[in-house]
Design a protein around this ligand. Sequence first.
Ligand code: KIV
Ligand code: ZN
Length: 531
Amino acid sequence: MNPQNTAASHDDGAQGDASDRVRIFDTTLRDGEQTPGFSMDRRAKLRMAQMLEALGVDVLEAGFPQASPDDFAAVSEIARTLQGPTICALARCVPGDIDSAGRALERARHSRIHLFLSTSPLHREHKLGMSKAQVLDAAVAAIERARGLCHEVEFSAEDSTRTEPDFLAEVFSAAVAAGATTLNAPDTVGYTTPAEMAERFAWLRRNVKGAERVVFSCHCHNDLGMAVANSLAAVGAGARQVECTINGIGERAGNAALEEIVMALKVRAAHFGVDTRIDTRKLYPASRLLSQLTGQAVQRNKAIVGENAFAHESGIHQHGMLKHRDTYEIMRPQDVGIAETKLVLGKHSGRAALRQRLQALGHAPDEAAMDGIFARFKTLADRKREVHDEDLEAIALGQDPDALGPWRLVQLNTSTHLGGSASASVRLRHDDGREAGEAAIGDGPVDAVLRAIERATGSDLQLTDFQVRAVSEGGDAQGQARLTARHDARDWRGHGVSTDIVEATAQAALAIVNRIARQVPAATPAAVANL
Ligand code: KIV
Ligand code: ZN
């Protein structure tokens, strides 16, 4: 890597606000993943990153390397592996964060350090205890340091929508002079409105010195439900980068949803006059993958990717649709990657049909992975009459939920007794060759299994949340179990999938035990404090 600002060459020269291309900056793995319920391990993050690459995002924010050794490892693995998008790492304007981001990005084909510092009076006074001059100096020093460690630098003025416009323009002008090539004006607390957003971006483009040399970016949170509308207003006023997440996941009420922004720009192209490089047929697979990896369902009526997004129930609508689709449909399900007919596979389906279906769902397993997936598919097809897309996704991702070990489930027996109590016995194998078997009684089979696993592995898990849902249709549907347990003053999450919900629960518990067993030394609290 030649550490200098080369944004223009990587961007095909499409720089500045006059361009008609909007860059999609995906922060699912940073702003999204840091949210409770959406955490992912390294393997899941890499899988999601590969999907985002296939989707065609321009910039992929892979994490915050200084926050934890796990985050550092995930960012560097993604930086080493992906070839398409610019890989971005977040850093506060402090040397430790910047150097850590630079190291994590070392192997990236094209890298960006994303620096952020609060500029609003509220944050300056109560969070940072810094004067305007100190904020300005810290931003400039950080940008100058970061420039030597990556290809390009983005500067974000945190809480920008509550910052005095003159001061914001002053900080941004200094950031351009110091070498930042993207200026991000986040609506950190989801406070602004579309009209204000448009006014703010137009004002910044007129008043920031060097505005013509940089890309203006928006990053909107959804606290008042206006993240997408605010982002589109920013685009209308010249922003040429939008920061967003798949399914709109993110802090509190979330970030602007990538799929909504992209489809609004596409469906209303004549209105916005801009385009993105996103392959929209991968939007639905990306949404599904995230949901599978995190175990968090997408709300049914979610725009673009929700189950009801293209369902027409009312008789009047159905009648109109039959006469002419455009009466009630402004885009086709296939435009976002939803297959018109859902192909159902069964026990007579072969490997080629399975591979084809997996590819349509956004999975491209290699031959070795395909062996395992096909074996699990056959087992499932013997148990279930029909294997649905959702089952296939679960198999493709969870073919071995505890694949990373060290504990693996070898045997599980449960019996329930009239009156509520139940007993369970488990046999587990450790990667070091040890075997452990334990039995326990509990208030129901789930409780009994958890106790048996705790005993067998010597763990202490305090269950704080437990959810089960069907991943597909029918009485023989696979069930997904999601567990959250408290251990060592931290919340740990795991999920498992099986046609037997008790087995799914055992897998979820084992995933937690394994995660704890594999943990790398925790980050110093100071590393993540004061964000
Ligand atoms: O919401 C925010 O302000 C952020 C910054 C780090 C860009 O996420
Ligand atoms: Zn944010």
